[in-house]
Design a protein around this ligand. Sequence first.
Ligand SMILES: Nc1nc2c(c(=O)[nH]1)N(C=O)[C@@H](CNc1ccc(C(=O)N[C@@H](CCC(=O)O)C(=O)O)cc1)CN2
Ligand SMILES: Nc1nc2c(ncn2[C@@H]2O[C@H](COP(=O)(O)OP(=O)(O)OP(=O)(O)O)[C@@H](O)[C@H]2O)c(=O)[nH]1
Ligand SMILES: [Mg+2]
Length: 496
Amino acid sequence: MTDAARNTIYALASALPTRSGGAGVAVIRLSGPRACDALVFLTEPGAFARGGSARDPALPEPRRPVLRPFLDPANGEVIDRGLAMRFAAPRSYTGEDVVEFHLHGGRAVIDAALAAIARLPFCRLAEPGEFTRRAFEHGKLDLTAAEGVADLVGAETAAQRRQALRQVDGALGRLYEAWRASLLRALAHLEADIDFPDEDLPQGVAEAVRPELAGLRSAIAGHLADRRGERLRDGVSIAIVGPPNAGKSSLLNLIAQRDAAIVSTVAGTTRDVIDVHLDLDGYPVTIADTAGLRRSHDPIEQEGVRRARARAETADLRLLVVPAADDDGQALDWPALAHDAIAALSTWSPDTDLVIVNKADLLGAADPGPEGHHGIASMRLSARTGAGVPELLGRLGATVATLLGDAPGANDPAPLAASDNMLAPPPLTRARHREALADCLAALDRALAASADGVAPAELVAEDVRLAARALGRITGRVGVEDLLDVIFRDFCIGK
Ligand SMILES: Nc1nc2c(c(=O)[nH]1)N(C=O)[C@@H](CNc1ccc(C(=O)N[C@@H](CCC(=O)O)C(=O)O)cc1)CN2
Ligand SMILES: Nc1nc2c(ncn2[C@@H]2O[C@H](COP(=O)(O)OP(=O)(O)OP(=O)(O)O)[C@@H](O)[C@H]2O)c(=O)[nH]1
Ligand SMILES: [Mg+2]
């Protein structure tokens, strides 16, 4: 679409006010060829009624906020008095003329201001992600950076924020573009061979580009094998499992610091998987409480146990809760309980998973012996008194950091200037990229296989190299992505 034919779009850029009240200030943003006309009509008494086009002298200088009345163009009523600011194309977020109004953040102000803008016939409400989509279309950012913007808005922990900002800054896009450039170089060699087969090019061009293709293949395979970026974006999943009545729900509630799950003396209380989202030392974590594992004739409990097992299997880390003592304070053989439970689970990773010996308070003076039994890592605690829980959280934080590839403490208040993670190449962060990279890898494998025998025509190899490059180009948006854009931007929030 030509720029002049575009609508001028608008939306509330700040959060919607909630029932409990708004924020102090709300930001309404407009972008498009007539954003400056809107600024005049909404701030100059009588300008809209005069019907004339906006006069330039009324415009503030770009990037200098000015205090103005915000008017209803229909009747001239002053809705609020706030700051107006404009960015002149192409030096703006979207690359178009952008106008912002910083108004008071109440529900009535926002409603009236949005209704006033809607009265301007050349303005329409923006779709989710449309500002950022326009920024992409004007070359302000590549698709991975645009997706990074959505991740940055959604980031709930420090580590997620760092990963998203790095992507907004273009680190991931540059990595994929560098890989694509290397494929395009190989392609140029192959095409030279196709176009001028009789000239003095070295024998076996397909052979000659193999090292470059092979190097790229291994870099992409390594990148695909690394799940840390996606894990950080989605949150690390921890499953609490164990026999009924062990205190799993009590432990979850203690960690969540609220009554997320029902606790009772009845064995078999929990049936559904109950997820609690936490910020653990700056890392996003989802902890799931699950039904106690046992045989049952109750079909509902059976389903609960099935769900518990399924979650234990897919979780990044398992906490197996077993009781240290029965209700009378009699010490139980917890290593035997733990071994039985681990044997019954299909997944147990000794490096990350942990046995929690709960109800330590019931043991009184009786000591259950040293921690660490038969090679299973264990910690003793009491979900009733809270004893041992800070130690558990400390240990979990360190394990989660390791799972995400950080050195312990990387999220401490004064982190190292650049953690190891910041120096390493940026990780894969989303399924869309993973799928395209898998396509790229498959095409590279075909190209390598075809060039291996030394007799494959360059055309054949070139076609797969071209497909591999195209797959990478679709990640950054450099080639053929028109069909992707609706899908990518619809997950954004409105106003972004
Ligand atoms: N008030 C307000 N705050 C905001 C935004 C906004 O749109 N409005 N942003 C929106 O997401 C983020 C900031 N992102 C922005 C990115 C680029 C430009 C911009 O004007 N870019 C020009 C000029 C660059 C320069 O002066 O160096 C350009 O790229 O040409 C503005 C905001 C967060 N804070
Ligand atoms: N003394 C003592 N009692 C505890 C402790 N933790 C939990 N309990 C009690 O043990 C009982 C079972 O606790 P829950 O947290 O419901 O146990 P659960 O593992 O979730 O049980 P199911 O959901 O049935 O599998 C409740 O009466 C709790 O109050 C503890 O550390 N010490
Ligand atoms: Mg429970």
